[in-house]
Design a protein around this ligand. Structure first.
Ligand SMILES: Cc1cc2nc3c(=O)[nH]c(=O)nc-3n(C[C@H](O)[C@H](O)[C@H](O)COP(=O)(O)O)c2cc1C
Length: 184
């Protein structure tokens, strides 16, 4: 039975993990962010929570830009790898074989294998406890149309979506997903 507890409970998983990229002064980096959110449709605005000690934190602050990506399940090992190593010590792109192109509207790496990606121009930063909330206006969208149905829902025969469960464990939304009825 549910009881009050003195232990902190942040129930943010299962959930999709955003892969964040940034580049500044010839340094570039990539990390995993489970805490992220769409904030506005018009104009399109996206937010990510980045702890102050992350190497990517200063790259975003200095460059004023970041990339947000979602990787398919066949690349979920990259989520874990970029989320467990720091770019201070290694180049995660070459170490893990992560391919990218250069952004079209801002100077960020855009991951080739992402099925969705956004280029974001930093418009606000606020500190909340041990994380900073970076807010970006999306200046470029990318989408792999082949992985979606005409109605915009994921085509689970072509796109398997990794969900982070916590404790380095992942589940996969795939064609075996049990769809609930359509609610009105
Ligand atoms: C699944 C997962 C989710 C994570 N979510 C966040 C997050 O939302 N914010 C954050 O600051 N760090 C998060 N991290 C931790 C960073 O990705 C990790 O500290 C990374 O090594 C930082 O890289 P950097 O030092 O190269 O910037 C997450 C890690 C994993 C594995």
């Amino acid at each position: 039975m549910r009881k009050p507890t003195d232990q902190p409970v942040i129930h943010s998983y299962p959930g999709m993990v955003a892969i964040v990229t940034a580049r500044w002064n010839e340094k570039q980096n990539v990390m995993a962010a489970g805490w992220h959110s769409a904030l506005s449709m018009e104009p399109p605005i996206y937010g990510i929570a980045v702890a102050k000690e992350r190497y990517i934190h200063s790259l975003i602050l200095h460059s004023g830009a970041f990339g947000v990506h979602f990787l398919p399940a066949e690349r979920s090992e990259w989520i874990q790898r970029v989320g467990r190593t720091t770019g201070r010590e290694l180049d995660k792109f070459s170490t893990f074989g992560i391919e990218y192109e250069n952004g079209l509207t801002v100077d960020v790496p855009i991951l080739t294998e992402a099925y969705i990606a956004y280029e974001c121009r930093l418009i606000d930063v606020r500190s909340y406890g041990d994380h900073d909330w970076f807010v970006g206006q999306i200046t470029q969208f990318y989408r792999d149309d082949e992985r979606f149905l005409e109605n915009g829902l994921p085509d689970f025969n072509r796109l398997e979506i990794p969900l982070y469960l916590g404790r380095s464990e992942y589940a996969v939304l795939d064609a075996t997903v049990r769809r609930k009825r359509h609610f009105w």
